[in-house]
Design a protein around this ligand. Structure first.
Ligand code: MOS
Length: 754
């Protein structure tokens, strides 16, 4: 890669190269693939949340027209249990193979599967299957008290100690602190609602299985599905060319995927299974409800002396998904005495899972809210409180940050928002007959790399191809890969072909944890270097080549041209000419890079940082609260594509408005069903809820992570925003809401009345 000064594609705003196929309808999403003889499967959902299947009557369903099979526990055939593998492999949150027993543990658990010629016939058959249950009262209690658990618990991602971080003596420091703060914050269950529904289309060819699925991690899915069907990995192929968003819901395989594969095995035809929106609320993950007690002790001057975060989250009866609310707590502020502890509460619900900014997003809502409340108690500006408690190193690990520019974010945010004009008195700021509320909060999100492999081809027509088995979940990965390849090969963006979303390609990273971009950069670099070497060998060994008498190390390939380093690029030759003269169609360079995620002894603590400044408007006459203005500043290293990058942060802020004001999944205490399981009743922020959003990046390349210094940006924008909105709401209304979302009813007690 040329030095950063000469980069012509990376760092420039680029439109998405996949835009035209998406807006024209040519993009083939997972469910757009149809096959001769393909059948449709519709699962039957349990209508209780706790109990046992007593009887399953499939007689009527079997006789319905077009019905090919009714599958249930007795006839589905073997589906094995998957297990975690070394590294970050074999991840599956709901491990129980579908139909494994007759016990119902959550509402909507699949109990049978109808397979028919058409979707309509399969749906009718599924509806005609009669299930009787013995039922117990489901436990969907919203007040979370920790169950008995050992000090170290198994989780989806391996064993975790329930004391996640401890230093000093936080209890004593709290007891002796001049200023004490102690409150509990609650975040609700939230459900991801990507517009593209989850689905699997399974096709067997002998003992080879192909699945079209909208996965955020095709290689993980391949490994899990191979285990579930007792196959070698190479017999399973997962294809995911486009994803209509995921937000974490599509990271790991859900039970519909093995169901589709088992059905296809049984009927000997391709089978397509598309979840309904309701099913995605029940059995495809959600953000866990959390209850977090935060205690802060500070000096009268505002220096933190103690921080205690004790949180409890809900989990399902069998699964151990860990909602890591303490992810950012141990390092985000300087404090000598700290603990972060958690407990878990089992509920009769489908398992919680990763949702955009898992753990840190609810966690930072609590801790950043606490910082805002402490600032008020101290009669101190909340920005100043944060500046005062800026750490020099990661105090939890005792190592430096790879790059931390949180204070730069705060400074720029203050300036761009006009924060200095803030009058902290409740309800004191007015404009155009509206009461204004201003609030702010900080953000952090982990930065790391997954392992990645990639290839780059240079071709004799001057084009290039980059291939990596990662996914584009709507975030812009196609474009990023094209930018990297264009930069390396010195060709325009439209001369780059990008291949991703297929396990026949080099193993690519999960599109999760905001790590895909940081992960692919070194792999593509290594691949380019390898292609470069091959090209220069060809240049020096081809009879008649202008470089025939040279050695490869005397040559440079840069800006699309091969030239003698000492003579400079002007006398060079386009790489296509080098290949053509040698009658070589293409050279393929391979590269791979190692993970940094999960390193046992990291040298640096790597995170992205940021802050949000929010203005709400409050109309007491009609109890109307609106988010009116948001300024977000993000420190995520170098931004490879500022256009798509800004879009990521804006999207996350929109989701944050939903988190603060609207989103929550409610479970019916009678039958345990998520009762608002549709897009009408599960209210999310839409265009009308979203004001003008201002996004700024402070660009300090973090070259400890990769040569370009790019960290991830998919999740950081959602961290902290809810705390900024609740702070702004308090400033406008005088009502401090500590349970999300803020409801109109909460605000009716406002002292700022008409
Ligand atoms: Mo994200 S929750 O890692 O898709």
């Amino acid at each position: 890669m040329p030095g950063s000064a000469q980069m012509s594609v990376v760092g420039k705003p680029q439109r998405r190269i996949d835009g035209p196929v998406k807006v024209s309808g040519l993009a083939m999403y997972a469910t757009d693939h149809n096959f001769p003889g393909m059948l449709y499967a519709v699962p039957v959902e349990a209508t209780i949340a706790n109990g046992k299947i007593e009887n399953l009557d499939t007689g009527a369903a079997k006789r319905m027209p077009g019905v090919r099979a009714i599958l249930h526990r007795a006839n589905i055939g073997k589906i094995f249990r998957s297990t975690p593998g070394p590294g970050f492999a074999g991840i599956c949150i709901e491990r129980r193979p579908p139909f494994e027993d007759d016990v119902i543990r959550y509402y909507g658990q699949y109990v049978a599967l109808a397979v028919a010629d058409t979707f309509e016939a399969a749906k009718a058959a599924a509806d005609a299957i009669g299930v009787t249950y013995s039922k117990d009262k489901p436990n969907v209690e919203t007040d979370l008290k920790a169950d008995e658990d050992p000090d170290e618990v198994d989780t989806t991602y391996g064993p975790v100690k329930r004391v996640q971080g401890e230093r000093g003596d936080p209890e004593a420091a709290f007891a002796n602190a001049a200023v004490k703060f102690d409150q509990t914050y609650v975040t609700p269950s939230e459900t991801h609602n990507p517009i593209e529904l989850q689905a699997a289309t399974a096709i067997w060819d002998g003992d080879k299985l192909t699945i079209y699925e909208e996965s955020q991690s095709i290689f993980n899915m391949r490994g899990v599905i191979a285990q579930m069907f007792g196959l070698p990995n190479e017999n399973v192929r997962i294809i995911t060319k486009f994803v209509g968003s995921g937000f974490g819901s599509k990271l790991w395989p859900w039970t519909h995927c093995p169901l589709a594969a088992a059905a296809a095995r049984q009927v000997g035809k391709p089978v397509k299974l598309v979840l309904s929106r309701r099913m995605t609320f029940q059995s495809a993950g959600h953000r866990a409800r959390t209850q977090q007690r935060v205690r802060l002790g500070a000096t009268a001057e505002g220096k933190l002396v103690s921080l205690q975060q004790d949180y409890v989250y809900e989990r399902s009866m069998l699964d151990e998904y860990h909602e890591d609310c303490g992810e950012a707590t141990p390092f985000h502020y300087s404090v000598p005495n700290l603990w972060v502890k958690f407990g878990r509460a089992k509920r009769n619900i489908g398992t919680p899972s990763d949702m955009r900014g898992p753990g840190a997003v609810p966690g930072l809502y609590a801790t950043e809210s606490a910082m805002n409340e402490l600032a008020e108690q101290l009669k101190m500006d909340p920005v100043k409180l944060r500046v005062l408690n800026e750490p020099k190193i990661d105090e939890s690990l005792g190592i430096p940050f790879s790059s931390r520019h949180y204070l730069d974010c705060l400074e720029l945010g203050v300036e761009k928002f006009g924060w200095s004009k803030r009058n902290p008195d409740i309800g004191s700021m007015k404009r155009d007959g509206l009461t204004l509320g201003w609030g702010m909060a900080g953000a952090a999100w982990v930065a790391a790399r997954f392992p990645a492999e990639a290839t780059i081809q240079l071709r004799d027509d001057g084009s290039t191809r980059v291939a990596c088995g990662t996914q584009d979940i709507g975030t812009g990965t196609y474009t990023i890969l094209a930018q990297l390849a264009a930069e390396k090969a010195g060709v325009p963006l439209d001369k780059v072909e990008v291949a991703l979303g297929d396990t026949t390609l080099p193993a690519g990273p999960t599109s999760g944890g905001s790590m895909a971009t940081a992960s692919v950069i070194p792999a593509v670099s290594a691949a380019a270097k390898n292609a470069n070497e091959q090209l220069l060998n060809i240049a020096t060994t081809t009879p008649g080549s202008p470089f025939e008498k040279r050695k490869p190390n005397e040559l440079t390939f840069e800006g699309g041209r091969v030239f003698i380093t000492a003579n400079g690029p002007a006398g060079g030759v386009p790489f296509a000419d080098v290949l053509k003269r040698a009658n070589v169609r293409l050279v393929t360079g391979s590269g791979k890079s190692e993970a940094t995620f999960g390193e046992p002894k990291p040298k640096f603590s790597s995170h992205s940082f940021g802050c949000h400044f929010v203005e709400v408007t409050w109309q007491p006459e009609i109890a109307r609260l609106r988010v009116n203005r948001v300024v977000t500043v993000i420190d995520a290293g170098r931004i490879i594509n500022p256009l798509a990058g800004r879009n990521q942060i804006e999207g996350a802020v929109v989701m944050g408005i939903g988190m603060a004001l609207l989103e929550h999944t409610t479970y019916d205490p009678q039958n345990g069903a998520p009762i608002n399981s549709n897009l009408a009743d599960y209210v999310m922020a839409v265009n009308a809820d979203v004001p003008k959003l201002e996004v700024h990046f402070v660009e300090f390349p973090d070259t400890n992570l990769n040569e370009l210094g790019a960290r991830g940006i998919g999740e950081i924008g959602l961290a902290g925003i809810a705390a900024a909105i609740t702070a702004a709401t308090y400033h406008a209304t005088g009502v401090r809401v500590r349970e999300l979302p803020i409801r109109i009813e909460d605000l009716l007690t406002s002292s700022v009345l008409a």
